[in-house]
Design a protein around this ligand. Sequence first.
Ligand code: XIL
Length: 334
Amino acid sequence: MIGKVRPLVLAAALVVAGVATAGPAEAATTLGASAAAKGRFFGAAVANNHLGEAAYANTLDREFNSVTPENEMKWDATEPNPGQFTFGAADNIVNHARSHGQSLRGHTLVWHSQLPGWVNQISTGSALMTAMQRHINGVAGRYRGQIAYWDVVNEAFADGTGGGLRSSIWTQRLGFNTGWIEQAFRLARTADPNAKLCYNDYNTDGQNAKSNAVFNMVRDFKARGVPIDCVGFQSHLNINGVPGDYQANLQRFANLGVDVQITELDIGGSNFTTQANNYRTVVQACLNVSRCNRIVTWGVTDKYSWRASSTPLLFDGNFNKKPAYNSVLAVLNS
Ligand code: XIL
């Protein structure tokens, strides 16, 4: 019988009866809470030097339940000199996140960019491997047990049609094969056994030569028991929109048995309606893939975005909600 009672009528009856009716029909009003209701996280990249700005911290803490340090865990920030670790800024973000109940994405252990000069000057493969081991132990070890997901290796693949690894100190000293990437994942697993370990890259947001190459590596790693748990899709997009096969691409990686995450989402565009539609497409695609369990925007406010001139985020320079914010919240609540 009760199955035939229309929900509104039922709610009204319960209200009359003095029974609280906070139920699933009540939509959450922040990105984090709405994502949580769907079993996901919604995060932002955070810059330590802005945490003292009340509007910045208030927006972050009200809306986001996942935090990625934007620069503070990178090699140049954490090990500026060989074996000499500096964690002040990273610690500050970690403490902020922990005291506000926010889950952490660590970013990033091995990358070709934002390396201190001394790493680029290492002249042999064995010395570079030794440095990589010390770095992963030092940084992932420092935050052992506190990081939900680590971007272990960032942007190792080249753009274009070749489908190979990018030329960098890593490939120049250790080879154009994925052996050193494998080693980084094994070291990270040892340094922080409870963190989930991700490979993270850009221009992998649809099916193309680059994402195919990443796909082949992940398939190989899974087949051989190399400890990889997740693939991050940066999704630095522009007004031209979202690749038509965005969801299918996420799904094919998920089918390999890894979590997939949107790790650095920003979508450039001065037309806020178009931008809002593109954001909706990305978030809906993620929600449609059950293993897509986290979406992170690369910043909180347009004014501090690394792409500030293309106003790519969900909050404007005054921390007002943009149309894209409303479209994302609506999809999360749908
Ligand atoms: C960017 C930061 O946002 C900037 O502040 C910094 O100057 C350069 O790096 N891919 C990544 C991120 O993985 O670490 C980059 O972050 C953006 C591109």
